[in-house]
Design a protein around this ligand. Structure first.
Ligand code: ADP
Length: 433
């Protein structure tokens, strides 16, 4: 192995350092004994014995170091090697820290410095990584030189589930020796856990929503086959309820399918130019009956000229249907729903089309606003069910808007109504209204 011999210009310079020390000691001892033999009249035999002892003593450390060197291949890391290792650690996309066998930091990347700002080069990582799970895994990896994996909850600055993998890596270190270093890599598991939680919630919610009308249906079937078999009046009433429950189930399945279809094509932006004006008119016409039932006037303020966006006609129909129907159902007490279309400029300066659906009903309390577009989220579950709602409408609206590369704004002042605004990038500025 290459041993660092630089820095000496003496006669012994080309010799290995440890051999050089032994040679100097032997030379000094030889000269001293020769002087004693010549000047102090020392006899040759004892002088030779003393020289032999000094020679043995001088050679022992050299032997020992040589043994250690061959066993551990001790050498100093070259600057090029150190730079290469640092570049590998720096280039890792996740937080990564390389520790020496004692647990001192050799290299760390920017992501690791951000994750644990207390980490310092050449200092013990245990002092900076305080989570008990990390310390235990680190201790075990240091004791056994085997890989370890652990997950822990990092609560600063926000709750994050992190996975730590410790991998032993044989590597030359600036502290000497090609020893088993430890590579710590951290992976943020939070998005994965959230998706998993959402998936589990979704399945639980969907099956609960389907089971409720199903239970009602089978209950009424049992009653009609049993005690109410010959009761014409009860049969009439139960069949009406069964019809409502069956419609609710059909609507729920419909909404679930629409949602999954939109999600599947979320990455493909619609590329057909559609005129949004007749779409809004068609939806308003289709809801006139509901508006009359709820004694609500729909005031429409949209231009007579075409307003084109790159869009999916069917999806846009569902979107406006959901927004206007919600306004009629939940904001009926206001007696009026205003539907308007304007062109404006987005925050980034791009022209956009904004469709606003405003009602003057009870509005929505601010704490509910951020969650309204979550699947199955309702402000009042009983009210939503009574209105034939599935809790999926606004989630579908959000997905459709996002697929169209637009934005959904929800504003509300409690007791003064709510405004839902769907913004879409304008297809051709030349055709702006
Ligand atoms: P639903 O099928 O229950 O109508 P949505 O996703 O369409 O589901 O709406 C979610 C919830 O948002 C509704 O249950 C209702 O509580 C509330 N909401 C939606 N639109 C309005 C509105 N215009 N005014 C007041 N509350 C509303």
């Amino acid at each position: 192995m290459a041993i660092d011999d630089s820095g000496s210009s003496s006669f012994f310079a080309p010799w290995p350092e440890r051999l050089r020390h032994s040679a100097i000691i032997l030379l000094a001892a030889g000269l001293a004994l020769s002087a004693l033999v010549a000047l102090a009249d020392l006899s040759l035999a004892p002088a030779a014995a003393v020289f032999a002892c000094i020679a043995a003593a001088a050679l022992v450390p050299w032997r020992m170091r040589h043994t250690v060197a061959s066993r551990e291949e001790v050498r100093a890391v070259t600057p090029a090697e150190s730079a290469a290792v640092a570049a590998v650690v720096a280039g890792m996309p996740d937080p990564a820290v390389l520790l020496d066998r004692a647990g001192r930091v050799i290299h760390l990347n920017a992501a690791a410095a951000q994750l644990a700002p207390a980490l310092r080069k050449n200092e013990l990582a245990q002092f900076a990584l305080r989570s008990p799970e990390i310390i235990t895994a680190l201790r075990e990896a240091m004791a056994t030189s085997e890989s370890r994996r652990t997950t822990y909850l990092d609560q600063v600055p926000v709750d994050r589930w992190m996975e730590l993998t410790i991998t032993p890596v044989p590597m030359p270190t600036p502290f000497g020796g090609a020893e088993k270093c430890l590579l710590l890599t951290f992976h943020d598991q939070t998005p994965l856990r959230r998706v998993e939680e959402m998936r589990a919630d979704f399945v639980a919610n969907a099956s609960h929503e389907l089971r409720t009308p199903l239970a009602a249906l089978s209950g009424f079937i049992d009653t009609l086959q049993g005690p109410a078999r010959d009761d014409a009046k009860a049969r009439e009433r139960f069949l009406g309820i069964m019809h409502t429950q069956a419609t609710r189930m059909a609507r729920l399945i419909d909404d679930l399918l629409s949602l999954s279809r939109v999600e599947l094509s979320a990455h493909v932006r619609p590329d057909v130019l559609v005129d949004i004006v007749p779409i809004i008119r068609q939806v308003v016409e289709g809801l006139e009956l509901l508006a009359r039932e709820r004694q609500v006037v729909i005031a429409v303020e949209i231009p007579d000229k075409p307003v084109t966006i790159a869009g999916d006609r069917e999806e846009l129909l569902r979107l406006f249907e959901n927004l206007i129907e919600n306004a009629l159902k939940y904001g009926a007490s206001g007696g009026k729903v205003a539907v308007s279309l304007v062109t404006a400029t987005s925050g980034e300066g791009a022209p956009e089309v904004r469709v606003m659906v405003r009602d003057f009903g009870p509005g929505i309390a601010p704490e509910h606003l951020p969650r309204l577009t979550e699947r199955f989220y309702r402000v009042d579950v009983g009210d939503s069910r009574a209105q034939g709602g599935t809790g999926l409408g606004l989630s579908l609206v959000k997905h459709i808007v996002v697929r169209h590369r637009g934005r959904l704004l929800i504003e509300s002042v409690p007791r003064k109504g709510a405004t839902f605004t769907a913004c879409f990038p304008q297809a051709k500025p030349a055709e702006a209204i």
